[in-house]
Design a protein around this ligand. Structure first.
Ligand SMILES: C[S@@+](CC[C@H](N)C(=O)[O-])C[C@H]1O[C@@H](n2cnc3c(N)ncnc32)[C@H](O)[C@@H]1O
Length: 258
């Protein structure tokens, strides 16, 4: 799986402040409907961007707990959130959260469940940690919706398959309706959030993916480096020539704890 270390952080830091990923974060945050005074959980908080934004939304009478297993991500989140006393950043994993049962009004987990190997036990744990009626928002890509134009479709397919190995589960949204019901949630909505790009903007989602996919395939020796570099060059050339096309759909599941 992809390592969330300082090298990955360096790669994602620009795009995580760019329009695509900011829109993704804002849509997930809006789906959670944070209210003043609430206690919220940000599972897989990463570098703490949404954690910080949620803490501003609940205000000084509320509290936000960010949980993440990566020391590099937590260090970045701690630095970002240091000035806000209503945030705590904890070490922990989905499925074994280091927080009290029934103690949260809401929880969000953005672009995390695809890295979770046991989705059923992660949801069961979230069900325990939320109060009855508590809200849960889970946002993930449905990777089989990826459409990415190439003059060499077979090579593109090999790159896609190599990239799918960076996650434990590439199509989380499709699994969520039944998994949420089984875990004791009522699914309210499955909201699509499509990303479409016709060029490689340096702050955009395809630009970030192009670099992450190249690094992942080469470092893990999933494909010959020359093939990966040829794919990387082709996409940059298509963007320069006005022939770039990329489309991928993220889904936001909104559920209530029964
Ligand atoms: C793509 S980042 C998303 C970060 C943040 N939620 C955001 O959207 O800005 C995925 C995060 O999930 C964390 N993660 C991976 N496996 C996890 C697990 N089993 N439990 C909790 N978090 C996990 C990683 O350390 C990483 O910080």
């Amino acid at each position: 799986m992809l390592k969330f270390d300082s090298q990955t952080l360096e790669l994602i830091n620009v795009s995580y402040r760019g329009t695509d990923i900011t829109r993704r974060r804002m849509e997930n945050m809006a789906a959670l409907v944070p209210k003043p005074g609430e206690r919220l959980l940000d599972l897989g908080c990463g570098q703490g961007l949404m954690t910080e934004e949620l803490a501003r939304a609940v205000g000084p009478t509320g509290e936000v707990i960010g949980v993440d297993p990566s020391p590099d991500m937590r260090a970045e989140a701690e630095t970002r959130c240091a000035a806000q006393p209503n945030i705590r950043i904890l070490d922990g994993n989905a499925g074994e959260l280091p927080v009290e049962d029934g103690s949260f009004d809401g929880a969000v987990s953005l672009q995390v469940f695809e890295y979770v190997s046991d989705i059923a036990s992660a949801l069961a744990d979230l069900q325990r940690k939320l109060r009855p009626g508590g809200r849960l928002v889970i946002g993930d890509m449905q990777w089989d919706t990826l459409s990415w134009a190439s003059d060499d479709p077979d090579r593109m397919q090999r790159m896609r398959l190599a990239w799918e190995r960076h996650v434990a589960e590439p199509n989380v949204p499709a699994l969520l309706p039944s998994a949420l019901e089984t875990a004791g949630f009522h699914l309210v909505e499955m909201r699509p959030l499509p990303f479409t790009a016709v060029d490689l903007r340096p702050d955009g989602l395809p630009f970030m993916m192009l670099h992450l996919m190249r690094g992942y395939a080469i470092q893990n020796e999933l494909l010959p480096a020359e093939e990966v570099e040829a794919w990387f060059e082709e996409q940059q050339e298509r963007s320069r020539e006005g022939r770039f096309f990329f489309s991928l759909t993220h889904f936001i599941a909104v559920a209530i704890r029964r």
